[in-house]
Design a protein around this ligand. Structure first.
Ligand SMILES: Nc1ncnc2c1ncn2[C@@H]1O[C@H](COP(=O)(O)OP(=O)(O)OP(=O)(O)O)[C@@H](O)[C@H]1O
Length: 287
């Protein structure tokens, strides 16, 4: 396996002087080609800042990011990002097909090639036949599929996903997680997903990077040794899954020891409840 992404000593500070706020603190890790890695961390710990540094949208204050050995200095051509808010990332005045084709306009591709690529990407996400519709004519889950298709159409070396399923209902979330795993395996894509959902990080990934509270630093890098074929019900019930989600929860609480499965499960449930309560508060206060 070759290294697709290398993050070396990356820190990011917002502002300067007494008002400076360090969001990311000296992070280093690599992601191998063909790997699906998740980054999980508490709300506000610096996950999105890290992703923006990796995507070349925000230059790190210190350190550097390399994609297949090339230093990232601006958004690389062969990198795509799927954001949480599909309603703001799709153009409402363009058809679904045109939305998916849009980033390909900067590639040296003929119009016919762009159409073909977009149609193929829509088929991969199970949306053949809706290319002529507009995003606002689709459900939220379908719109996020369109965002994923748009990212896939450019055949990125690295696909970054920032809380990609946080704005859809639970059933759709499960479908989109399975879709992501299927596409990743079919295409051998390299994917880095940022989430604050412990279960999602474990279910989706080959590996989970656990971040500390702000400023983000890596507290653990855990391999996910679940079978490649996963199922939303049986995988989540398995002892390996329950143990791992508990371990991630424990690390997020600041612990380090490997737990017993039962304690781990209760830790994970407690964490999920705390996160849900926080989401409700943030929704109510609009923060
Ligand atoms: N443009 C900015 N200017 C100043 N501070 C910022 C800016 N963007 C983010 N921050 C701060 O940096 C810290 C990390 O924010 P970031 O959005 O990266 O965290 P996060 O882990 O993605 O959060 P969440 O899980 O809630 O989305 C927070 O304290 C946030 O207030």
């Amino acid at each position: 396996m070759s290294t697709m992404l290398e993050v070396s000593g990356v820190s990011h500070r917002y502002g300067t002087g007494a008002k400076a706020h360090t969001a990311v603190n000296d992070l280093s890790f690599t992601v191998e080609a063909g790997q699906l890695a998740s980054i999980v961390g508490p709300s506000g710990c610096g996950k999105s800042t890290l992703l923006r540094c990796i995507a070349g949208l925000t230059p790190p204050t210190e350190g550097q990011v390399s994609l297949h050995g090339d230093r990232v200095d601006g958004v690389p051509d062969d990198l795509a990002v799927v954001f949480q808010d599909y309603s703001r990332s799709l153009f409402p005045w363009l058809s679904v097909q045109k939305n998916v084709e849009f980033p390909l306009r900067w590639r040296s591709l003929s119009r016919a090639e762009r159409r073909t690529r977009a149609a193929e990407a829509l088929e991969q996400v199970g949306l053949s036949g809706v290319g002529g519709k507009y995003p606002w004519q689709l459900s939220g889950g379908m719109q996020q599929r369109v965002s994923i298709a748009r990212a896939l159409a450019s055949r990125p070396a690295l696909l970054l996903m920032d809380e990609p399923f946080a704005s859809v209902d639970a059933q759709t979330r499960f479908e989109l997680e399975d879709l992501t795993r299927r596409v990743q395996r079919e295409q051998g894509s390299t994917i880095l997903v940022v989430t604050h959902d412990i279960d999602e990080s474990v279910y989706l990934s080959d590996r989970v990077l656990v971040l500390s509270k702000s400023p983000a630093s890596i507290v653990a890098d855990l391999p996910v040794e679940l079978p490649a074929e996963r199922d939303q019900i049986t995988t989540r019930e398995s002892a390996e899954f329950v143990t791992l989600r508990g371990e991630v929860a424990r690390l997020l609480h600041g612990g380090t020891a490997a737990p017993e499965a039962a304690t781990a499960a209760s830790d994970a449930a407690e964490w999920e409840l705390a996160e849900q309560a926080k989401d409700v508060t943030e929704t109510k206060t609009g923060s």
